[in-house]
Design a protein around this ligand. Structure first.
Ligand SMILES: Nc1ncnc2c1ncn2[C@@H]1O[C@H](COP(=O)(O)OP(=O)(O)O)[C@@H](O)[C@H]1O
Ligand SMILES: [Mg+2]
Length: 340
């Protein structure tokens, strides 16, 4: 047990622009409705229980908050920041800033964050390591970066978003016309290259990975998509994650997967560790996979610093592995402190 440390709990807040009209209507993307407030509080509470002194630090999107971070005094930064000024592709820049400041922080480095964020780059790395991932194409405003010979149905998604933003149910398309329309819609709403992936039928499995030298795969969590309204594709769409009050939101639940054979569990866990290591993640991560009816596993994406709320999948899996929430937070702190 380390002695009492001063630990800055770093989290982000979105600047609200009062002049901006919220997008509305059928064609508007489903937006994220953040209730992340409790995450940093839960972590701070756990740190206090461990005998540390947590200091809350909010990145509110202003330059002032960034400059203030340079002056925060402490032994460690517990990095829960995912975005800056409403830009959720900024996580790697925040980590890089901490690196320049010479501050020790939890979770993946700027390097791992950028590899995982760029899904096309991540998929190219998976291919090198023999990790299965759906075949794909990437293009940006009519310019093609790369394409496999794809078969419909495909799923169309922004190459650099997170939290299913830009992935509504209508992201799964079965014809050229739907594909063109969806690409056009994405380019109109997101300034991001578009990823077109072959749609993988199967169960949605999440495996948490904890550790560095010998990463451990946690018990498998399944997001049960079987109760989605008829006619909607079985995906963790934006409606599922953020559509509070809808059936899609209400009827999809994550739980520890209990019916898997040992072989399948091993395959999912080994694949998760391989993907985590391939993208050079640190401390903790969550690998999202699809388990196909024939038993094959495809990696959909890897999440460094996954959402750490005690009710979210990562903590759920840690609990199943026998760790309390406080023990999980302690382990992440120890992993970060062990870095030179
Ligand atoms: N190739 C695919 N085949 C089947 N479902 C997919 C595929 N890609 C994404 N999905 C579905 O969409 C969800 C969100 O996609 P993902 O790439 O993880 O985006 P995000 O980074 O926004 O979470 C996945 O959890 C999965 O349910
Ligand atoms: Mg995902």
């Amino acid at each position: 047990m380390v002695s009492k440390l001063r630990i800055a709990v770093l989290y982000d807040r979105v600047l609200v622009d009062d002049d901006e009209e919220p997008a509305s209507g059928d064609k508007a993307p489903v937006v994220r409705t953040l209730d992340k407030k409790e995450v940093e509080e839960e972590v701070a509470e756990a740190l206090a229980k461990l005998g540390h002194e947590p200091v809350m630090y909010e990145l509110d999107g202003t330059q002032k908050s960034l400059l203030g971070l340079a002056r925060v005094d402490g032994d460690l930064v517990f990095n829960l920041a995912e975005s800056f000024a409403d830009d959720d592709t900024s996580d790697f820049k925040i980590a890089a800033f901490l690196e320049l400041l010479g501050k020790k922080y939890t979770g993946s480095g700027s390097h791992g964050l950028i590899l995982a964020q760029d899904k096309a780059v991540a998929k190219k790395i998976f291919a090198f390591h023999g990790i299965h991932t759906p075949t794909f194409a990437k293009c940006y405003r009519g310019r093609l970066d790369f394409s496999h010979d794809l078969q419909f149905p495909v799923i169309v998604k922004p190459a650099r978003e997170d939290g299913s933003i830009g992935i509504e149910f209508s992201a799964v398309v079965s014809s050229i016309r739907e594909l063109m329309e969806r690409m056009d819609w994405l380019h109109a709403n997101f300034d991001s290259p578009v990823l077109i992936e072959e749609y993988i039928e199967g169960r949605e499995m999440y495996v948490g990975v904890l550790g560095n030298d010998k990463p451990e795969a946690l018990p498998i969590i399944e997001l049960d998509l079987s109760k989605l309204p008829e006619g909607t594709p079985r995906i963790a769409a934006a409606e599922v994650k953020w559509g509070k009050g809808t059936r899609a939101y209400r009827d999809t639940k994550s739980a520890v997967a209990t019916d898997l054979t040992d072989d399948l569990m091993q395959l999912l866990q080994q694949t998760a560790i391989a993907a985590y290591q391939a993208l050079e993640l640190r401390d903790y991560g969550r690998v999202d996979m699809r388990l196909q009816p024939d038993g094959r596993v495809q990696v959909i994406e890897v999440n460094p610093n996954p959402w750490l709320a005690s009710r979210a999948e990562f903590a759920m899996a840690a609990r199943k592995s026998g760790r309390t929430y406080t023990q999980l937070v302690a382990e992440i702190v120890d992993l970060a402190l062990a870095r030179a």
